[in-house]
Design a protein around this ligand. Structure first.
Ligand code: HPA
Length: 270
């Protein structure tokens, strides 16, 4: 595993000599945030040794290196999901690569279903905690001590200081943000009504198909994380609600300016 990471890192460094300090993972329909980055290099995943290749619509599948709010950043436009058929270890490979490129903060976004009954389509939820017990843990298997401990602490999976800063930034700009628990499922099916109610009963405020495995890997390597969900549908609410991927992408696109502002200012504050 380490030698594969080193090969991927060496390849990226052969194309880009700066050290990114922030890693960014963009979710479904949220990839146009990359237009905020002063792009210095773009590398398609297919070119990078050992990188998986993204297949889902709405994910363009490239690594973007450049400057955002005066900081060097590395952004993934398109991430890998368990429902695409990758092993959990492959999904998180890029997160380890970003750490070895030099990042000391990881920002993530995703599209998620609203479960908390006060949420509306287009809301932004800062993830304060997660439930990952429905998707395979990417740390199952031999522990690589170089990355972190066998039994990693997850008591502050989402960094409290970053959450506090993001809330300040949102308040200053008049952006309404929720704060809640993200529960991860495998997908690719959206939830049945009974499943939405299960997520609610378990304490999830939003439900989605990504993020938690990446956050586990970042925590294993002691990289502080900050993540936001865009609420793209509210299936919990009414029994006739049909959810489509197109609707999810459209709602994510609508919310993107708010999310962009929060990410940009958060990076500026680091
Ligand atoms: N469920 C799971 N994942 C999702 C949803 C949802 O309702 N919306 C966007 N991603």
């Amino acid at each position: 595993m380490i030698s594969k990471i080193n090969e991927a890192v060496a390849f990226i460094q052969s194309k880009y000599s700066e050290t990114p300090v922030v890693g960014i993972v963009l979710g479904s329909g949220l990839g146009s945030f990359t237009s905020e980055i002063k792009i210095e290099q773009e590398i398609h995943y297919s070119e990078i040794p050992h990188f998986p290749v993204s297949t889902v619509e709405g994910h363009s599948g490239k690594l973007i290196l450049g400057e955002l709010s005066g900081k060097k950043v590395v952004a993934m436009a398109g991430r890998f999901h368990y429902y695409e058929g990758y092993a959990a270890q492959d999904i998180v490979f890029p997160i380890r690569v970003m750490k070895y490129l030099g990042i000391s903060t990881l920002l993530l976004s995703n599209a998620a279903g609203g479960v908390n009954r006060s949420y509306k389509v287009g809301d932004i939820m800062i993830i304060k905690d997660h439930i990952s017990q429905f998707t395979p843990n990417p740390l199952i298997g031999k522990n690589e001590k170089e990355f972190g401990p066998r039994f990693p602490d997850m008591s502050e999976a989402y960094n409290k200081k970053l959450i506090a800063k993001a809330k300040e930034i949102a308040k200053a700009k008049g952006i309404d943000v929720k704060e809640g628990v993200y529960l991860a499922v495998t997908g690719p099916t959206f939830e049945t009504h009974a499943e939405y109610r299960m997520v609610e009963a378990l304490g999830g405020d939003a439900v989605g198909m990504s993020t938690v495995q990446e956050v586990i890997i970042a925590n294993h390597m002691k990289v502080p994380c900050f993540a936001m969900s865009v609420i793209t549908d509210v299936g919990i609410r009414d029994d006739d609600n049909v959810i489509t991927h197109e609707e999810v992408l459209e709602a994510a696109k609508q919310a993107e300016p708010k999310l962009s502002h929060l990410f940009k200012e958060l990076v500026a504050s680091l």
